[in-house]
Design a protein around this ligand. Structure first.
Ligand code: 5CA
Length: 443
């Protein structure tokens, strides 16, 4: 993509409404634009990251055996009356009426909708287990939407729902998602610690939140000091995981070190000594719940068991904050100059800067390089604008692509291009063709 043609409304000044670094950088880098409180448009650069994050989430869901569907954003109120949650949900739910005065709502979550779908389509224990997910916009009329996409009113969530015949099967489904979540966040380079958590309005008594430690986080968290220097969360990417096998040993390994959110942490009952305990703030990027028959029972989602008796389905639900993750990734990856994207979620793999756009030779060499990189399948953002080198460096550092190639008349005369790594700042002069080969291989 040529920057001269790209819609990238970069802000020079810090927007005054942004209190945390990710919100500030998303606005400055032209990733999002606020529509109203807690509701955002995603602009080209932001949308590319959102799609990257979504794709990693999708791949790990598919790998675990979950199947993708797409449920609507608008749901009928009567479904929520069946579960008893319509009144309970209170003001956080956006309620609407259609032209026939039928009560509708913009879904804050989808337990009822999915239970209705599965009760219509699953009749026998032979149809089980099932695990269905979708990636869809949600609306929660939060009292205090803030921090940009971190606590939005409209936000993108991956939510899935598991259906099993009995509690053992349901725990296996829970473990599958637990492991899939560890892998999902590790692929994004995030250290998301699974913590015992309260279940709130979703219900049930087994739940974990996946928390990224960050001073700007909204959750109060407690965990064993061992989590801080442990690499076990990245080790999961090297494991060969058999999702049909026994996942309980893995689950135990990743829950053996204490970690809990402040809602359920009890200082008197804490199993580890105070000097071993760390308290801090966390960003909740996902939560998993096992709630048994809380929805299937009242909504009549039953199957015939092997003995012929009707039993209510055992259910769990599992959420990942896809749009929140974009903010969380920035909180975990930035410096004073701007964002530093991990390659797995970067909007483009590489930035190419022409230092002297007005110079015909430079422009020709950069155009040729751009063509070769694209031909090799490398996603490049090419700064071909007629701007000062300083402005180009600042913009490229701000948007945080993992590597930059910088070409000016001096390099061209020597037949080399400067290659700068955004994270380390390391610079290296490479022969022009070697630059293409390096990134072609890496993409
Ligand atoms: N039905 C369950 C699981 S599918 C559920 O709704 N869980 S949740 O309430 O924990 O939400 C799942 C994830 O969505 C959270 O872990 C969080 O990462 C994200 N999320 C929740 N509320 C917001 C919000 N207001 N803005 C951005 N992301 C949010």
């Amino acid at each position: 993509m040529r920057l001269s043609e790209y819609f990238l409304p970069v802000l020079r000044e810090n927007p005054s409404e942004a209190q945390i670094v990710s919100h500030r950088l998303m606005l400055r880098a032209g990733m999002i634009r606020q529509s109203s409180a807690g509701i955002y448009s995603w602009l080209p650069l932001g949308l590319r990251v959102l799609k990257r994050v979504e794709q990693i989430v999708r791949e790990e869901q598919d790998r675990s055996g979950a199947q993708e569907i797409l449920m609507p954003t608008i749901q009928p109120a009567e479904l929520w009356r069946e579960s008893g949650r319509y009144e309970d949900y209170g003001k956080e739910m956006l309620r609407l009426r259609d032209r026939h005065e039928r009560e509708m709502l913009y879904g804050p979550t989808n337990e009822e909708q999915i239970t209705e779908i599965v009760r219509a389509g699953v009749k026998s224990y032979r149809d089980l287990p099932k695990n269905l997910y979708h990636i869809q916009w949600k609306f929660r009329d939060e009292v205090r939407p803030r921090f940009g996409v971190m606590r939005g009113r409209e936000f993108l969530m991956k939510d899935n729902y598991s259906f099993d015949l009995d509690a053992n099967g349901a725990k296996h489904s829970y473990n599958k998602m637990f492991v899939a979540y560890l892998r999902t966040f590790a692929r994004m380079g995030l250290k998301a610690i699974p913590m015992r958590a309260d279940t709130g309005p979703i219900g049930g008594d087994l739940s974990h939140e996946f928390q990224i430690l960050a001073a700007s986080g909204e959750s109060g968290v407690f965990c064993d000091r061992g989590w801080l220097d442990s690499d076990i969360l990245t080790d999961i990417l090297d494991e060969e995981i058999d999702y049909d096998g026994d996942l309980e040993p893995l689950f135990r390994r990743f829950t053996s070190l204490y970690a809990a959110t402040d809602e359920i942490h009890k200082p008197d009952a804490c199993p580890i000594p105070p000097e071993q305990l760390v308290s801090g703030r966390g960003i909740e990027v996902g939560q998993v719940f096992y709630f048994g028959t809380k929805y299937s029972q009242p909504m009549g989602a039953v199957v015939a068991a092997p003995n012929g008796e009707e039993v209510a389905l055992e259910m769990g639900s599992y959420g990942i904050g896809v749009s929140r993750l974009v903010g969380a990734l920035i909180e975990a990856n930035h410096d004073d100059a701007g964002i530093i994207w991990p390659a797995s979620v970067a909007p483009f793999r590489l930035g190419l800067i022409n230092l002297r756009a007005g110079d015909a030779k430079c422009a020709q060499a950069c155009d040729a390089l751009y063509g070769k990189l694209r031909g090799a399948g490398v996603e490049v953002l090419y700064d071909d604008r007629d701007e000062s080198p300083g402005a180009k460096f600042a913009a490229m550092d701000l948007i945080g692509l993992p590597d930059q190639l910088i070409l000016g008349p001096r390099g061209l005369a020597a037949g080399t291009i400067e290659c700068k790594n955004r994270r380390s700042g390391a610079r290296q002069d490479l022969p022009l063709d070697a630059a293409v080969a390096r990134f072609a291989a890496a993409s």
